[in-house]
Design a protein around this ligand. Structure first.
Ligand code: FEO
Length: 396
């Protein structure tokens, strides 16, 4: 457990999880993740969020080391997903007079997951306040960022936003949870974008609405449930999140392809070379060698996206199908799209790529093309034209 003083009597308490392989049993986290919570030792004592249950004892020991003989009066639960609520039952047992603070949607989760009686819960709604002595908390509901009961908590004296999943990121913070102290901020930003694309990417509309609402606050410190705490650079992470929620990205192209024997790969490589010649940054990603989280991260990074699929069982290469489903779930927009496919005896993949393009809000760059067997003169011309047209769109 990492304990750091955030501001006089406000403490960061965080754990680094470096043993979980897949976050949400889905997303690879080779660099780990942190679960952050915050303790305010005022006239009234408050813990904001908890940790995944595997780290309960570490959190309980840390709380006792700060509060000594004082009881914990309140536990604010911004979000009921078990990576943040895992210690709830233990704390209730340890501090019998503990009041759990949540909103009306939190109640059924608390009863369902942890058998907490409704009488032990203080229900709050957007705009409600809780005076602690020197510090004051204000609550803001943020439905679907990430679950329906999600909320954030704003401390009005230090202007600290305890933002739960919002502004979070992957990667263990080791013993330096403050962005101001990190020399490897670019890595954390990359991990935060991957976190956004994977965990919050399907609820970007809700995230955008919340981000707009938060601009009314004078936020000085961002204290999220995962990743770094942002103080001098709070505006930087807020601006990045704003861009990600609006699908705003840098000029550049992600070329994603599925290729069994290299014929589709050859087309993708040809386009990558052409784009590089035009000074356009390119991420060339083979779906058989790149996990879905990394694919989504790259797609969030760049304005351009070219998807190529070989034909498999008269349809899409299965991993490309998984990717298209993930993109449809995320209602991807504000990007330029190119599509191409290959087949050997009958077409198939192109039909599904075209359907995806038509159902999306992406601007389709021409030509869309397919080739039989391998790259030939006609498909070479089409591939180079698509790459040039993509470059032109990005330069405009
Ligand atoms: Fe970090 Fe939605 O839980």
């Amino acid at each position: 457990m990492i304990i750091k003083q955030l501001n006089n009597n406000i403490f960061y308490l965080g754990v680094n999880d470096q043993s979980t392989l897949l976050f949400e049993a889905l997303w690879p986290i080779p660099q780990g993740i942190s679960y952050n919570c915050y303790l305010i030792n005022d006239e009234k004592t408050v813990l904001i969020d908890t940790v995944k249950k595997e780290f309960n004892q570490e959190l309980i020991t840390a709380i006792s080391s700060i509060l000594k003989d004082k009881p914990l009066d309140y536990l604010v639960i911004n979000h009921m997903e078990p990576d943040h609520s895992g210690t709830l039952s233990k704390l209730k047992q340890l501090y019998p007079n503990l009041t759990v603070v949540g909103n009306h949607k939190t109640v059924s989760f608390m009863q369902g997951f942890y058998d907490i009686a409704e009488t032990g819960i203080k229900q709050v709604a957007t705009g409600d306040k809780l005076a602690l002595g020197k510090y004051n908390l204000e609550f803001i509901q943020t439905a679907m960022v990430h679950w329906p009961e999600s909320m954030v908590t704003y401390e009005t004296v230090t202007h600290t936003l305890f933002s739960s999943d919002l502004f979070g990121g992957y990667k263990a913070v080791e013993d330096q949870p403050f962005a101001d102290d990190r020399l490897d901020l670019e890595i954390f930003i990359d991990e935060a974008r991957q976190y956004f694309a994977t965990v919050l990417g399907a609820t970007t509309r809700a995230a955008h609405k919340t981000l707009v609402a938060l601009t009314k606050l004078n936020i000085q410190t961002i204290a999220p449930g995962h990743g770094l705490v942002w103080q001098k650079k709070a505006k930087q992470i807020m601006s990045l999140y704003q861009d990600w929620a609006e699908f705003k990205a840098k000029p550049g192209v992600t070329i994603v392809y599925g290729s069994m024997y290299g014929f589709t790969q050859e087309i993708a490589q040809l386009m990558a070379e052409q784009l590089k010649q035009e000074k356009i940054p390119v991420n060339l990603l083979n779906v058989s060698q790149t996990n879905l989280a990394a694919l989504l991260n790259s797609i969030w990074q760049y304005q351009g996206l070219i998807i190529g699929s070989c034909t498999y069982n008269n349809g899409l290469f299965p991993v490309i199908k998984t990717l298209l489903d993930a993109l449809a779930d995320r209602k991807l927009k504000n990007k330029y799209l190119g599509i191409f496919s290959s087949y050997s005896w009958t077409g198939g993949a192109m039909r599904f790529l075209t359907e995806f393009a038509e159902n999306s809000k992406l601007e389709l760059i021409q030509p869309q093309f397919e080739t039989q067997y391998k790259l030939n003169q006609e498909s070479k011309k089409a591939a180079l034209t698509l790459a040039k047209n993509m470059a032109k769109a990005l330069k405009n």
